[in-house]
Design a protein around this ligand. Structure first.
Ligand SMILES: NC(=O)c1ccc[n+]([C@@H]2O[C@H](COP(=O)([O-])OP(=O)(O)OC[C@H]3O[C@@H](n4cnc5c(N)ncnc54)[C@H](O)[C@@H]3O)[C@@H](O)[C@H]2O)c1
Ligand SMILES: O=P(O)(O)OC[C@H](O)CO
Length: 423
């Protein structure tokens, strides 16, 4: 079990995940925890899904003739020795205050801030393994771009992780190609955080609610309806009073860098949906690019995709998803543009059309263990729409799924997404 009171008045941060984006966000956070030792323990834990690898010769940061270059070694050993994730983020020097930890339970224990950052297909199982090891007053931020779908329901990962672990979880999403952020090229992101009002240490700045700890029933599990209108059960355990309040300002300090500009909002549903659905649109953009149809075709796909993203949010997350999140935030239109320009989903879809092979084959041969999120999200979202008889109302999302299934041709996309004029 996690031990209480191990934080000594500072937040301790763990990154759950260490892929291309997980490692990049660990770098961003470790730079900030080091700069703010009054608020955060400088050391950042990064949970690593352990695997054995040889050092790729391509890595320029270290001497490849060293003893490490020929044999297989644990990825955590290599990360901690070279301060480089040689497999998922090669050639980027990581701050020395990141510790790669292969034990999930050990990496999260005592942490007051948990950053979830890994391919969405793994998170449910990992939450089961984390149960009982997470501080009851920990808070989370999900950087996962996907949605948790069953035939009955669709949930944001911030929600499903929060429910499983009994903590509040917000979201981070934006136009953020990991390698560019890791190289400290300028980009923006959106952090969404809207904890329940009963949480005494986390008053939402927009409402300024600050109930006293003595007013709270600490054992109560309360149904929380967040700004998206979604209901979830969250244990209202306030953080110990000596911890800096985990509010919008603190999250800004944790994530913002001179090269990584953060805008903090309360629309968790809009931010999460933007990140999930743009991956499907990026596949469609890659398909038309593979046919060399040019930028006009891609722009058409992006326009239609943005409208379907907004419609999906309004239809299934009630009216509380903010349209402005899709049109004004990095998590909306900006992420759509970058993903349809050079994201992995876009690039792999393009290659699959050019080479006339499945996108799964491209993913295996080109991504060195990194994973596409758009293909599984397309399946999941289609299943959800079909179960409600709504698939025809989202022609681009549906057609992208059908192309992946081999049920439709990329050449037919213009007809499949055409909207007749109403004269
Ligand atoms: N890479 C980017 O440019 C980028 C940018 C923004 C957001 N995102 C999002 O961030 C999330 C994480 O993506 P990423 O790029 O860090 O991952 P990635 O594509 O690099 O995925 C590989 C990761 O999955 C892990 N893994 C493999 N098998 C596993 C298993 N059985 N259990 C648990 N983990 C396993 C690997 O160890 C590795 O850390 C995704 O939702 C993605 O959409 C990615
Ligand atoms: O490479 P992708 O397609 O997973 O997209 C990466 C990021 O989400 C872009 O913001």
């Amino acid at each position: 079990m996690a031990t209480l009171g191990a934080h000594e008045g500072k937040h301790k941060v763990t990154i759950v995940g260490s892929g291309n984006w997980g490692t990049t966000i660990a770098k961003v956070i470790a730079e900030n925890t080091k700069e703010h030792p009054d608020l955060f323990e400088p050391d950042v834990q990064m949970w690593v899904y352990e695997e054995e690898i040889t050092i790729p010769e391509a890595s320029k940061l270290h001497d490849s003739s060293s003893e490490y270059s020929t044999e297989k070694h644990k990825l955590t050993t290599l990360i901690n020795y070279f301060h480089e994730n040689v497999k998922y983020l090669p050639n980027i020097a990581l701050p020395h205050n990141i510790t790669a930890n292969p034990s999930l339970q050990d990496s999260v224990k005592d942490s007051t801030i948990l950053i979830f950052n890994l391919p969405h297909q793994f998170i449910d199982k990992l939450c089961d393994q984390m149960k009982g090891f997470v501080l009851p007053y920990a808070r989370g931020v999900s950087c996962i771009k996907g949605v948790s779908v069953s035939s009955e329901d669709i949930k944001l990962f911030s929600e499903s992780i929060g429910e499983k672990l009994g903590i509040y979880v917000g979201a981070l999403s934006g136009a953020n190609i990991a390698n560019e952020v890791a190289l400290e090229k300028f980009s923006e992101t959106t952090v969404a955080y809207d904890p329940p009002p009963m949480d005494s240490r986390n008053p939402t700045p927009k409402e300024g609610r600050t109930p006293q700890a003595s007013q709270l029933d600490l054992t109560k599990i309360t149904e929380h309806k967040d700004s998206s209108g979604l209901k979830s059960k969250v244990r209202l355990t306030p953080q110990p009073s000596e911890l800096p309040p985990l509010d919008h300002q603190l999250l800004h300090i944790l994530f913002h860098r001179p090269y990584f500009h953060v805008h903090v909002v309360s629309d968790v549903a809009g931010v999460s949906l933007g990140g999930a659905l743009k991956n499907i649109v990026a596949l469609a953009a890659g398909f038309v690019a593979g046919l060399e149809w040019g930028d006009n075709a891609k722009a058409a796909i992006m326009r239609i995709g943005l409208l379907e993203m907004r419609k999906f949010g309004k239809m299934f997350f009630e009216n509380s998803v903010r349209t402005a999140t899709f049109t004004e935030e990095s998590a909306g239109v900006a992420d759509l543009i970058t993903s349809c320009s050079s994201g992995r989903n876009y690039r792999c879809a393009k290659m699959s059309v050019e080479r006339k092979i499945s996108i799964g084959e491209v993913e295996k041969s080109e991504l060195n263990g990194q994973m596409l999120q758009g293909t599984s999200t397309a399946h999941e979202v289609y299943g959800f729409l079909k179960a409600r008889g709504k698939e025809d109302e989202f022609p681009l999302l549906t057609s992208t799924y059908r192309i992946l299934q081999g049920e439709a041709k990329v050449e037919d996309l213009p007809n499949l997404v055409a909207k007749p004029n109403e004269f």
